[in-house]
Ligand binder design. Structure first.
Ligand code: TYD
Length: 138
């Protein structure tokens, strides 16, 4: 999997003087079925999240409130994204290392995920991830 498979997805936005509505449907706006939703909040200033890759999991990451930066890395190239609107999501395919930082005060990072939680799906050591994506022997 490469960074080329990861992109910002613009979600539908129904504007209304009473407030906007955005929605996400399986396989229509995102290329997977959602099995799990989780969100990170109360992030203290200067904190960094992520720092891992997933073997199978695909995700859409949305700044539901506030903003933060996500750096994606496929083992060969890195690309940084700034998320600050709740109608934009960053699609992250499997086998991509991610770091999330620069959280604004009160920000909420919501993730739509293709799989249930499984610690076995994580690469938590960057060196392990690099060895696999670069096809090196251990
Ligand atoms: P982790 O994915 O490492 O956090 P982040 O990428 O946001 O920095 O998850 C943080 C902790 O929460 C870790 O101990 C695993 C646990 N966790 C679950 O139990 N279930 C879940 O669905 C998620 C996302 C995390």
């Amino acid at each position: 999997m490469s960074l080329k498979n990861c992109q910002i997805i613009e979600l539908p936005k129904i504007a209304d003087p009473r407030g906007s509505t955005t929605f996400v449907e399986n396989q229509k706006h995102i290329p997977f079925d959602i099995k799990r939703v989780y969100y990170t909040y109360d992030v203290p200033g200067g904190a960094e999240r992520g720092g891992h890759a997933h073997k199978e999991l695909k995700q859409l990451i949305i700044a539901m409130s506030g903003s933060f930066d996500i750096t994606l890395d496929d083992g060969f190239q890195k690309k940084k994204f700034h998320l600050n609107r709740s109608y934009f999501g960053l699609y992250v395919c499997s086998m991509i290392w991610r770091e999330i930082d620069n959280f604004s005060s009160g920000s909420v990072c919501m993730v739509l995920a293709s799989e249930f939680y499984s610690e076995a799906d994580y690469y938590r050591e960057y060196e392990d991830f690099l060895r696999v994506v670069r096809g090196e022997n251990s």
